[in-house]
Unconditional design. Structure first.
Length: 335
């Protein structure tokens, strides 16, 4: 996450070069008695005062009001709020989607998320258009209710040994999808420049391997606890080939320098924390500070700007609305 720092410039108070000098005040005081001694000038100060007042009064009557002082100026209307726009309004030229349809698509979202989307419908659809340029499977919803087929295997898996000179690998049999490698390598390089080592401990897992792993944890800690920390076969994000477990794969990783760096910076490279703290009822799993899924940079922008930084909220919405956006998208030149 890129941070923007604002500089505040301190300005010291300076004495104005136009402050009247004391000698000037003495100059006028020393000459005022002489006017009173000139014949016919006794009433001059009073006349000058009346003339000055009249000029100021006439000038004040003719001074126009500034536009910002006129709250009712029809030339400067307030921008229309989405609540005031009709359902038939088209918020984006590249989508054959009305505002009413967008309102319906977001009906089941929480008030805060829905409000963020409807407050800026064109900006939201700009970000949606960016996400539509990515392969659809990067935003597939995979959880207990939405499993992958047992025979699903990504077509572009690559062994990470070929990148051993640029990545720190805790195992020799690690694989990931080729599509995420440029962003993963860029993230590892940025971390290294900050003095952080990102060691990869677990990546792609086949359906059969996940089946064995889940049974292992059931034997070790029992079914109830295993279901909170290990996925049944077909419901693991690791089968997508876009999920990575970093470091020790334990809770204390959250306080490790690498864990802190990932929490602050991974989204800038398209990686999203899948199971954040305090969302077990939403995600189905305990807090896993080591588990990040690649959803593309366009995906993490959507997640951060509109869905409170919670991956599950974005993926559930996209599962319901993604096909509609794809069908209604008409990029410039394709209308």
């Amino acid at each position: 996450m890129r941070r923007t720092w604002m500089r505040y410039r301190n300005t010291s108070r300076r004495e104005s070069p136009f402050m009247p000098l004391r000698s000037s005040r003495r100059f006028w005081r020393s000459r005022s008695p002489r006017i009173a001694n000139v014949p016919g000038t006794a009433a001059l100060p009073r006349i000058l005062l009346l003339v000055t007042a009249a000029i100021l009064l006439l000038g004040g009557c003719g001074t126009p009001r500034l536009p910002e002082e006129d709250a009712g100026d029809p030339a400067r209307p307030e921008p229309a709020r989405h609540e005031n726009l009709p359902d038939s309004f088209i918020p984006h030229p590249d989508f054959e989607l009305t505002l009413g349809e967008l309102r319906s698509l977001t009906m089941d979202l929480s008030g805060d998320i829905r409000g963020m989307i409807l407050a800026r419908p064109q900006a939201f659809l700009d970000d949606v258009a960016e996400a539509l340029r990515e392969p659809p499977e990067l935003l597939w919803l995979v959880d207990r209710q939405h499993p992958l087929p047992a025979d699903y295997v990504p077509e572009d898996l690559v062994r990470l040994e070929r990148y051993a000179d640029r990545l720190t690998l805790n195992r020799e049999d690690l694989s990931l999808r080729l599509i995420l490698m440029p962003d993963l390598l860029a993230m590892a390089e940025a971390a290294a420049q900050a003095g952080i080592v990102l060691d990869l401990s677990s990546t792609y897992r086949s359906y059969r391997y996940q089946e064995w792993l889940f049974e292992y944890w059931v034997e070790q800690i029992g079914l109830e606890r295993a279901e909170r920390s290990s996925a049944r076969p077909g419901t693991s994000q690791h089968q997508l080939g876009t999920a990575i477990d970093f470091g020790s794969i334990t809770g204390p990783f959250a306080e490790h320098p690498a864990g802190k760096w990932l929490a602050a910076n991974a989204s800038a490279y398209g990686f999203s924390l899948s199971y954040p703290r305090g969302y077990e009822e939403i995600t189905g799993y305990i807090f896993e500070p080591w588990h990040f899924r690649y959803i593309s940079r366009a995906g993490t922008r959507l997640e951060k700007r509109y869905f409170g930084g919670i991956q599950q909220f974005l993926l559930e919405f996209w599962h319901d609305a993604g096909d509609t956006f794809r069908q209604r998208h008409r990029p410039a030149g394709q209308h």
